[in-house]
Write a protein that binds this ligand. Sequence first.
Ligand code: SAM
Ligand code: SF4
Ligand code: SF4
Length: 384
Amino acid sequence: MIYFNFDAIVAPPLATIPQELIEQEMKKQAETGKTSMAILNSNCEIVEKPEVYYASRKLGLPGVFGQFMTVINNDMIFPDRFSLELTNHCNFSCKMCPRSVMTRKKEFMSRELFCKIVDEIHEFSKVTAVNKVDLYRLGESTLHPDFGFMLDYIGKLDTPFPTQLATNGSRLDEKMIRKIMDSSLTYLVLSFNAQDAETYRNVTGGAELSQTIKALQNLKRFRTKRTPFIMLQFVEQEGTHDKLEEFVKEYIDSCDIVISSSLEDFGGQLKQNSAYVEKHILGDGDGGDRLVCPRGVWRRAMIYVNGDVVPCICDINASYTKMGNVTQSSIKEIFDSPQWAEFVAMHKECGEKLLKHPLCGPCSEWKIMTGYNKRFTPKIVSNQ
Ligand SMILES: C[S@@+](CC[C@H](N)C(=O)[O-])C[C@H]1O[C@@H](n2cnc3c(N)ncnc32)[C@H](O)[C@@H]1O
Ligand code: SF4
Ligand code: SF4
């Protein structure tokens, strides 16, 4: 059994699952007093909420994926999750990372662009749910010379939205840690991805695990409040396969949450990952017809360092699904554009057009995200 805490991870918008089903579920929750915990078994099925899971499968909705539950909300007026790529520079060269095929110009997001984006999200967060804003995408944000300014800027908002930083930890010296711990950041993901020093060197392209462990110890030492939640990320791949349990035993007491992410190959774009994904994640199981891809309908916006907006993380170079650029338009204008509506419609129809799409057609990420062949097991372990 894997315990999966919705509250600590994300507050999912529950829409488009039939109302009576939700009411039934809520009634059950009220009776049992359990509201925020869902229990998943190793087949990625929510044991405590089977009605919702099976209803969403029947409707072609992505009932369970990745770390949390998602459903399609037809009434959204604005994306509910953002990834802001503060920079696409990085000082590591992790072997599984999509940066290896990134050809976009490497740069740092300007203060001006950052403030424009944050201001727009902030305005909308007052009238619609903004579940999370990631302060990273394909790079190491702590390398940004204005990183402190950016944290301060978000912290000064009258109603700050939830934010998440994922970092390799290499720049987490005492000064940086104090800055982060005093900021309004909600989630801090420290990417470990290895159970020992040798594997860590291998995964990261030569970095030292001892440095990351020291950063982790200091994060706890300089903690002044409950947030940011300290989360350790562990991606299973060659060299770390089946080592999650070992990792959890070693580190669960040093953090709030351990997240085991499934290795992705971004629809086969990362050849180095494909063999592992095929063998250990996708396998040869047949999960039936193609299911609606949660990423294609989830209204999540990646805002790359130069302002380009794409709806799916798989578009590493913004070459297939660019929806606009925030230096030229507002996020709202881009979100309301015909090309965004077409992209979502194509996914909801889940037919010929999707199969012919150059990125989504051959993509297999949706299988991982939907637990299609039931080999994918999202694992989140919390010591909260
Ligand atoms: C691309 S990194 C950027 C942020 C930061 N540089 C870091 O490493 O945390 C964001 C997260 O993606 C994870 N990641 C990288 N490649 C991945 C892959 N192929 N599949 C799944 N997760 C991956 C990393 O472990 C990290 O936690
Ligand atoms: S540190 Fe992060 S961005 Fe850099 S290579 Fe590793 S996973 Fe990719
Ligand atoms: S099918 Fe693949 S590329 Fe298309 S939205 Fe889903 S995950 Fe992204």
